[in-house]
Design a protein around this ligand. Structure first.
Ligand code: HEM
Length: 225
C-alpha cells in the first residue's frame, strides 16, 4: 500500500488531513478578510472591484482557488466519515454531566457548526462567487483598467436585513467552529508541547474572535451606511 492510500484509509491519516486542510482554510480566511475589508473603503467600490477582478482572472490565484475548493470538500467529506466511525465505535453517548466536564460546547458540536458553515457557504458562493464567474456583472473603467462592479452586487445584498442576518449567523458558526478547530488542528499534528500549547490556545481564541468579527463588521457597516 502506498503512503497516500495508507494516509487516506487510516483514522490517524484522515485526522491529519482534517488538520492540514483546516489550517489551509484558516489561512484562506485571513487573506479573504484582508481583501474584503476593502469593501469598507469610502471609494464607491473602486479598490475592491480592482482587487476582485485581479483575483478572479489571475491564473495562479485561480489555481490556488481550485485547491481551496478541493480542500473544503476534503475537509467536509472526511469529517462526515470520522463522525460516522466514532458513532459506530460508541453507539451509546456519554452522560451530559461527564461531557461538559471534559470538553467544550464547541468541541462537542463541531459537526453541527460545520454543517451550518457549509450551508452558509452554498448561499454565499451562489450570491457572490457564482455571480462573478457566471453572472452578467457590468464593467466599470478605472483609469483604463476594466473591472466588474462586484461591489454593487455585495452592496445590494447587504442593503437587505435578511442577508445581513444570514451572514451574522454564519459568522457565529465560524467563530465557535474555529474556537475549537484552530487548537485542535495543532494538537492533531503533535504540536501540543507544554511550552507552546498556551500560546496556540491564545492565538486560536484571538483568531476565532477577531476574524469572524471582522467579517461580521462588513454587512453591518454596509447596511447602516
Ligand atoms: C462579510 C463576509 C464575506 C464577504 C463580503 C465575502 C465576499 C466574497 C466575494 C465577493 C467572493 C467572490 C470573489 C470572486 O470570485 O472574485 C467570495 C468568495 C468566496 N468566499 Fe467569501 N466573503 C465573506 C465571508 C466568507 C467566509 C466567512 C467564508 C468561509 C467560511 C467565505 C468563503 C468564500 C469562498 C470559499 C469563496 C470562493 C473563493 C475562491 O474563488 O476560491 N467567505 N467571498
Amino acid at each position: 500500500m502506498s503512503w497516500l492510500t495508507e494516509t487516506l484509509t487510516s483514522t490517524l491519516g484522515r485526522k491529519v488531513i482534517m488538520a492540514l486542510t483546516g489550517i489551509f482554510l484558516i489561512l484562506f480566511l485571513a487573506v479573504h478578510l484582508t481583501g474584503n475589508l476593502q469593501l469598507l473603503k469610502n471609494d464607491g467600490g473602486e479598490a475592491f472591484n480592482i482587487y476582485a477582478e485581479f483575483m478572479s482572472t489571475n491564473p495562479l490565484i485561480q489555481f490556488v482557488s481550485k485547491g481551496n475548493f478541493f480542500f473544503i470538500l476534503l475537509h467536509v467529506l472526511i469529517s462526515i466519515f470520522l463522525t460516522r466511525k466514532n458513532r459506530q465505535a460508541r453507539p451509546v453517548s456519554y452522560q451530559v454531566a461527564v461531557k461538559s466536564e471534559t470538553s467544550t460546547w464547541s468541541s462537542r458540536n463541531m459537526g453541527i457548526l460545520g454543517t451550518l458553515i457549509f450551508v452558509f457557504l452554498i448561499i454565499h458562493l451562489k450570491g457572490f462567487w457564482y455571480e462573478m464567474h457566471f453572472g452578467q456583472i457590468p464593467y466599470k473603467n478605472y483609469d483604463g483598467f476594466e473591472a466588474r462592479d462586484l461591489y454593487a452586487v455585495v452592496d445590494q445584498a447587504f442593503s437587505q436585513w435578511y442577508w445581513v442576518a444570514v451572514y451574522l449567523v454564519g459568522m457565529l458558526a465560524v467563530a465557535f467552529h474555529l474556537s475549537h478547530g484552530f487548537q485542535s488542528a495543532f494538537q492533531t499534528l503533535g504540536l501540543n508541547h507544554v511550552k507552546y500549547s498556551p500560546a496556540i490556545r491564545f492565538v486560536g481564541l484571538a483568531f476565532a474572535i477577531l476574524v469572524p468579527a471582522g467579517f461580521a463588521a462588513i454587512p453591518i457597516m454596509m447596511f447602516f451606511t
